[in-house]
Ligand binder design. Structure first.
Ligand code: NAD
Ligand code: 89V
Length: 343
C-alpha cells in the first residue's frame, strides 16, 4: 500500500540511487520528477516508470499531489528549492552540501520551521553499515569512554569523471566529502566547539583543495582528527571506505580496509567484518554509499509517519555545515575557529 507519495527534483548522477532506494520502500511512490534537462528527465522517467515529468519545479509544486519532495540537485539551487517547498508546505529532503553559505543554510532552516515542515539533509554517511557498527561498539561500553578519535578518508579515485562539477568549484574536498567525515565525527564523538584546519591542492587540474587535515575539540573533551584526501595513491584503492580509530579508557577500536573491525577491551580482542550489503541495484565500490541512501530514506519515511524530527534534520545539520565553514576559515586564517562564533 502506498502511504507516501514523493516528488524528486534533479535527475542527475546520484539521483538514480535515490530513485532505487524509494522503489525499494513498499509504502512510497515517486509520482513526479523534475529536471531542467529534458534528457535526464527522459532517462530517469523511463527507467523508473514516472509519467509526471517537469522541467520547472514551480510548475510541479503548483500541480502538487505529493507528500514530500526529495531535492537531489547540486548546491547552488538548494536554498531556492527548499524555500519553494516551504512556501507550498511540503516536507523536504535536501542533498548535501546543505547550501553555498551558512547564512543560506540558516535561512533554509528558518523557512522550514516557519512553514512547519520537516527538513532533512541527505547526510547518508552516518548510515553506512560499518559506521553504524562502530557506533554500536561505543554504545555497548566495550571500550569505555573515548578520549581520542580519527575519521579518515584517503583515496586516489577519479571522482571527476562521474561528477565533473567537483573539479570546477573553488571549494572541493571539505565541502563535498569532508562534510560527510565531519558529520561522522559528530555522530561518534559529539558536537565540536573548536576547529583547526590545514588544506592543500595537489591535483593541478582542479580548482579547489583536494587534501584537508582537521583537528576538532569536542564539547565533551574528546579530541579528534578528520583527514580527507583525493590525492593519495595507495597500492589498493579504498574508495569509498572511511577508516576510524578510537582510543578509549578501557580499550581501542580500529575500522580498517575491507571493513575489518578490531575491538580491543578488558574482555579481549574481537575481529569482524562489517561490510555493507550489496543491494540488487548497487555496484561495487559504491555499494557502501548506496546502501546508506536506502537506509536514510527509510529513516525519513519512519520519522514522517511518526511526526518526529529526522536525525539529520536541517537544524541538526547546521552544526555539521558550520564545521565545514569553520575548516575553510581556519585554513585561510591559520587560526583556530570557535564554532560558537558561527552558529
Ligand atoms: P548532477 O549534476 O549529476 O545532477 C544534478 C541534476 O539537477 C542535473 O541533471 C541538473 O540538470 C538538475 N538541476 C539543477 N538545478 C535544478 C533546478 N533548479 N531544477 C531542476 N533541475 C535542476 O549532480 P549529482 O552528482 O547527481 O549531485 C547532486 C547532489 O548530490 C549534489 O549536491 C552532490 O553533492 C550530492 N551527492 C551526494 C552524495 C551522497 O552520498 N550523499 C553522493 C554524490 C552526490
Ligand atoms: O558522497 C559524495 O558526496 C560524493 C563522493 C563520494 C564522490 O565524494 O560526492
Amino acid at each position: 500500500m502506498v502511504a507516501f507519495k514523493g516528488a524528486l527534483i534533479g535527475c542527475g548522477f546520484f539521483a538514480v540511487n535515490q530513485m532505487h532506494g524509494w522503489q525499494d520502500l513498499a509504502d512510497v511512490e515517486i509520482v513526479a520528477i523534475c529536471d531542467h534537462d529534458p534528457e535526464r528527465l527522459r532517462i530517469v522517467g523511463d527507467q523508473f516508470g514516472v509519467t509526471r515529468r517537469y522541467q520547472s519545479a514551480e510548475e510541479m509544486f503548483a500541480e502538487g499531489g505529493f507528500d514530500f519532495v526529495d531535492i537531489a540537485t547540486t548546491v547552488g539551487s538548494h536554498r531556492a528549492l527548499v524555500e519553494l517547498a516551504a512556501s507550498h508546505k511540503v516536507p523536504a529532503i535536501c542533498q548535501k552540501p546543505f547550501a553555498p553559505t551558512l547564512e543560506d543554510a540558516k535561512a533554509m532552516v528558518a523557512a522550514a520551521e516557519k512553514a512547519g515542515i520537516p527538513l532533512m539533509i541527505h547526510e547518508n554517511f552516518r548510515w553506512q553499515t560499518p559506521i553504524l557498527a562502530v557506533k554500536a561498539v561505543l554504545e555497548s561500553g566495550a571500550i569505555g569512554s573515548p578520549f581520542w578519535g580519527r575519521v579518515s578518508f584517503r583515496s586516489g579515485f577519479d571522482v571527476f569523471s562521474g561528477q565533473p562539477y567537483l573539479a570546477k568549484g573553488k571549494r572541493f574536498i571539505i565541502e563535498d566529502l569532508g562534510i560527510h567525515s565531519l558529520d561522522i565525527a559528530r555522530f561518534l564523538f559529539g558536537d565540536a566547539s573548536r576547529m583547526t584546519a590545514r588544506t592543500r591542492r595537489i591535483n593541478p587540474a582542479i580548482a579547489g583543495e583536494d587534501v584537508a587535515t582537521m583537528l576538532l575539540d569536542h564539547e565533551n573533551g574528546i579530541t579528534s582528527i578528520v583527514d580527507v584526501s583525493y590525492a593519495t595513491k595507495l597500492p589498493e584503492e579504498p574508495f569509498p571506505e572511511t577508516f576510524v580509530e578510537i582510543d578509549a579508557s578501557e580499550g581501542t577500536l580500529r575500522l580498517g580496509k575491507d571493513y575489518k573491525l578490531t575491538v580491543h577491551g578488558p574482555n579481549g580482542t574481537t575481529q569482524s567484518t562489517v561490510a555493507p550489503n550489496l543491494l540488487p541495484w548497487a555496484s561495487r565500490p559504491w555499494h557502501n554509499i548506496q546502501e546508506s541512501v536506502a537506509l536514510i530514506q527509510k529513516h525519513w519515511i519512519e520519522r514522517l509517519a511518526e511526526g518526529r524530527e529526522p536525525d539529520t534534520s536541517g537544524r541538526d545539520n547546521l552544526k555539521t555545515f558550520a564545521l565545514v565553514e569553520a575548516a575553510y576559515l581556519s585554513a585561510e586564517r591559520g587560526e583556530t575557529v570557535r564554532l560558537g562564533d558561527l552558529l
